[in-house]
Write a protein that binds this ligand. Structure first.
Ligand SMILES: NC(=O)c1ccc[n+]([C@@H]2O[C@H](COP(=O)([O-])OP(=O)(O)OC[C@H]3O[C@@H](n4cnc5c(N)ncnc54)[C@H](O)[C@@H]3O)[C@@H](O)[C@H]2O)c1
Length: 266
């Protein structure tokens, strides 16, 4: 399996290292808007092609392209990629934009491609996507207020994140509202919404806790099937503290699944 990577940061680097060590796929091309990042990752001996532009990148023959860059990259490149290869999207939050999601679906259908959205930093999507009929899905995210800094919520509500001294429920509402007020939570809220009952019906609670060193996501769903409770306690990735290490591992696993005869899990 020939793989191309857009975005040579925390997630891209883990994927490249895993393919070199475990040889389940061959990374043939790297593209990053900061070409130095691609150069640092390629380091000669493995011979990955370093593309200077997207045009150069997409000219390489690839089976799967992994977007591990940004929401902007999904907007700019997803449809172009699908003309040539299957696509794995890490910046799942971009798909809050339902028009973009529709365009991507149409391009995948037109060119006979697949689009993979890994579970990323959250557990429980396997069960959630089996029970589309859930009556209620609640995602509760607990983070240190430092990790939430810069969110538009604080300015709108006139709250200073530095002054939060104890566990505080900041927000409760739909996933659609949550991703606008807390863009830092967008990938997890989007993945849970897409796997389950959508952005408007999925409820999100954001809790700030100054004692926390990890990011905790709890998915709770109820319905005729019973109840699902899945909690993930995430350590940050060493290269980018905003990204949970599990997200990179999930990307690697999704790539491995593509090439495997026996695929475990739903
Ligand atoms: N699905 C999940 O659960 C999950 C979890 C963590 C991160 N993410 C998302 O995955 C993406 C990558 O995360 P990361 O931690 O590796 O980020 P990172 O900042 O470490 O690396 C991203 C790299 O992509 C490059 N890049 C950004 N926009 C680009 C563009 N338009 N064209 C080409 N290159 C571009 C940057 O220069 C950077 O080197 C982010 O969008 C992040 O939000 C998803």
């Amino acid at each position: 399996m020939k793989v191309g990577i857009i975005g040579c940061g925390a997630i891209g680097s883990v994927i490249v290292k895993a393919t070199r060590e475990e040889k389940f796929a061959e990374v043939v091309a790297l593209f990053d808007k900061n070409i130095e990042k691609a150069r640092r990752l390629a380091k000669g001996e493995f011979g990955e092609f370093i593309a200077e532009s997207f045009e150069e990148f997409i000219g390489i023959e690839m089976d799967v392209v992994v977007e591990a860059a940004s929401q902007q990259a999904v907007k700019l490149y997803a449809e172009r990629v699908l003309e040539k290869a299957n696509l794995m999207i890490m910046s799942v939050g971009a798909l809050v934009d339902s028009e973009l999601l529709e365009r991507i679906e149409r391009a995948a259908e037109k060119y006979g491609r697949k689009v993979y959205l890994p579970s990323g930093a959250v557990a429980g999507l396997d069960a959630l996507k089996s029970v589309k009929s859930a009556e209620e899905v609640v995602l509760t995210t607990r983070k240190n207020p430092i990790s939430l800094k810069g969110a538009p919520f604080f300015e709108i509500e006139g709250i200073n994140p530095d002054e939060i001294s104890e566990e505080t429920l900041l927000f409760e509402g739909s996933a659609r509202q949550a991703v606008k007020l807390f863009p830092q939570n967008v990938n997890v809220a989007a993945a849970v919404s897409l796997a389950g009952i959508g952005f408007d019906k999925t409820r999100v609670r954001i809790i700030a806790d100054p004692e926390l060193k990890t990011n905790i996501h709890e998915v709770r769903a109820r319905g005729a099937f019973g109840e699902i409770v899945a909690t993930t306690n995430n350590v940050p990735s060493p290269q980018n503290p905003k990204t949970s290490y599990l997200a990179a591992l999930s990307a690697v696993r999704t790539l491995k699944n593509i090439g495997q005869r026996i695929v475990i899990g739903t």
